[in-house]
Design a protein around this ligand. Structure first.
Ligand SMILES: [Zn+2]
Length: 254
């Protein structure tokens, strides 16, 4: 059913959450837009104006690695101070209440962790842009560490002092393999829940598109909260086309 108005949506969502034993949330860019982070893939988004750097190009070219970090530090100035929104805080409340064991996310902004969900319970399908890692040995690097060397060298992307590997934000780039462990956990969570909450994702891009179907096939109820219609609206138990923050703020525990 598509909720006819916000109060109906909230009331029905409350019932579904109360009836669920294990709810899993799956989030996309829409949950972070109220935090000032734009949806890069949306029409008019950054990636329709500036071509993303593919993983192969990053590996092949020092200039591409430099450009990749240049762009990252520009983003840091624009979005580095973003704080969790109402949707993040509501999910964190349900997590603390023991209703949601984990959140699966397409987002790379670290805002679920910032809202209080333990990092081990945030399953990141596209990685995380708030730190870096070495592609050779996997060592973690803070952005500040990268920036100091980037600036001191006049804009050159640094390599790992330990192994000489390239250092990249811990994100999954276009052309880069999906993280296997995260994909496996996302699949297991989806199969084990009895309520699947798809929030702020258009559910078009693989693998996002597969999860709602998997959840439904396993007998879970499906809720879709998204500004625009998705192709799974027909099979959902509840569809909310309202603002995500407004729909979820009643679930924030104070
Ligand atoms: Zn290394």
């Amino acid at each position: 059913m598509i909720a006819p108005d916000l109060p109906t949506a909230v009331a029905r969502l409350r019932e579904l959450v109360e009836e669920a034993a294990v709810a899993v949330a799956f989030t996309g860019a829409g949950i972070s837009t109220e935090c000032g982070i734009p949806d890069f893939r949306s029409p008019g988004g950054i990636w329709t104006k500036m071509r993303p750097i593919e993983f192969g190009d990053f590996l092949a070219s020092q200039e591409m690695r430099n450009e990749s970090w240049r762009r990252r530090f520009v983003m840091e100035e624009q979005f580095g101070g973003a704080q969790p929104g109402r949707g993040h805080r509501a999910l964190a409340s349900l997590y603390r209440a023991g209703k949601i064991p984990a959140v699966i996310t397409q987002n790379i902004d670290n805002l679920h962790q910032a809202s209080g969900i333990s990092a081990e319970h945030v399953v990141e399908l596209h990685g995380n842009t708030t730190y870096a890692s070495c592609l050779g040995c996997g060592k973690h690097y803070e952005l500040r560490w990268v920036r100091e060397r980037f600036t001191a060298s006049g804009g050159r992307s640094p390599d790992c002092p330990d192994c000489g590997g390239h250092i990249k934000t811990a994100t999954v780039s276009f052309g880069q393999a999906m993280p296997e462990a995260a994909m496996r956990r996302a699949q297991e969570l989806t199969e084990s829940c009895d309520l699947f909450l798809a929030i702020g994702s258009s559910l078009v891009v693989w693998p996002a598109a597969g999860f709602p179907l998997t959840a439904k096939r396993n007998g879970a109820r499906l809720v879709i909260i998204n500004r625009d219609a998705t192709e799974f609206d027909d099979i959902a138990d509840l569809v909310v086309h309202d603002d995500i923050g407004a729909a979820l703020s009643p679930f924030i525990a104070h």
